[in-house]
Ligand binder design. Structure first.
Ligand code: ATP
Length: 310
């Protein structure tokens, strides 16, 4: 006979994945990161983070995409909880339960989402009073995408991606994501981008004014025209089969298709919710993509709420 799981009062938050509508990559900086100009959008694929007070620090990873995610001290959610405890000068161990829906090593910032969720949930559980800027500084120390994922929505990212400014957008954007069987390592994709560029001078990156205008008008066609990713060539060079999936998505009616972040997930923007269903069905039925997910953006984080955790 199996015993019933022990229940604790904890704090729970849902954190979305992201897609980069535009990702302009500048030259490598002295610290090894690249300067970026990016337009982030959070999309409705969510990981859920639950934290509860415990005798020892610990983490458990479950859910549809949990395979291969480390359930140890290297997990970004646990590292984030430790970083917040250190910054606040406290030692109150937590148990973290991550329920993963976001593709892993897919260019959708799943680990970063979990770190952002752990920061928000522990901040609440421990009754801390850090300002958004203080939380963002801790987030930036853990990873470039994490400050954006503290709030989600749509935002401009500068620096190495950690300096975020929310942007005004209208409307809802309908996405289909084609998942790949095998992940890509983000540092390896940047290295391949540098290799392909060779010795040619690389200008400082700028976001496109046309894309920002299109977002403020809520014009999906114009947003599609403005989408672009400087890491795409490198991701396609490392996984050449992605080119055929991109072509298939466009032939099945997507307004635009790009590699999401460092890939290998492909992001297709669709005219409306119905076109997204049609595209997801066509990509699946044709066998062009190993797996597909439909989502919409911009998505928000949260709410951060007290919950009953296992
Ligand atoms: P990004 O878009 O931020 O570059 P990604 O979406 O390509 O990242 P992640 O899903 O964040 O990649 O995973 C990258 C690696 O980080 C994984 O291979 C995994 O070993 C490790 N990792 C650590 N913590 C987590 C976590 N909570 N969720 C997923 N991966 C994690």
């Amino acid at each position: 006979m199996t015993s019933a799981p022990q229940l604790h009062t904890g704090v729970c938050v849902r954190v979305p994945a992201k897609v980069n509508l535009e990702l302009r990559v500048g030259p490598p900086r002295p610290d090894g990161f690249h300067s970026l100009a990016t337009v982030y959008q959070a999309v409705s694929l969510f990981d859920t983070i639950e934290v509860s007070a415990d005798r020892d620090w610990g983490i458990e990873v479950v859910g549809r995409t949990a395979a291969g995610v480390p359930a140890d001290e290297s997990n970004l959610a646990l590292r984030a909880a430790h970083a917040l405890a250190d910054a606040a000068g406290i030692d109150r161990p937590v148990r973290i339960r991550v329920t993963k829906e976001i593709p892993v090593a897919g260019g959708m910032a799943g680990g970063s989402a979990d770190a952002a969720g752990a920061l928000l949930a522990c901040h609440r559980l421990w009754g801390l009073d850090l300002s958004p800027a203080e939380l963002a500084a801790i987030a930036a120390g853990l990873g470039s995408d994490i400050p954006f994922l503290l709030a989600g929505g749509t935002a401009l990212g500068g620096g190495r991606g950690e300096r975020v400014v929310p942007t005004a957008t209208r409307g809802t954007y309908h996405w289909v994501f084609a998942l790949s069987d095998e992940g890509l390592s983000t540092p390896a994709v940047y290295a391949e981008c540098d290799r392909l560029r060779g010795a040619a001078p690389v200008p400082q990156p700028e976001p496109s004014a046309d894309l920002l205008a299109a977002l403020s008008f809520g014009n999906a066609e114009a947003v599609a025209d403005g989408m672009g990713n400087d890491l795409q060539e490198a991701a396609l060079s490392m996984q050449p089969a992605l080119a055929g999936v991109l072509e298939a998505g466009l032939s099945f009616g997507a307004l635009a298709g790009i590699v999401s972040g460092s890939g290998p997930t492909l992001a297709f923007l669709c005219r409306d919710a119905e076109s997204a269903i049609d595209l997801a069905v066509s990509l699946t039925a044709s066998g062009a993509a190993a797996d597909v997910r439909k989502a919409h953006g911009p998505a928000a984080v949260g709410p951060v709420e007290v919950a009953t955790c296992r």
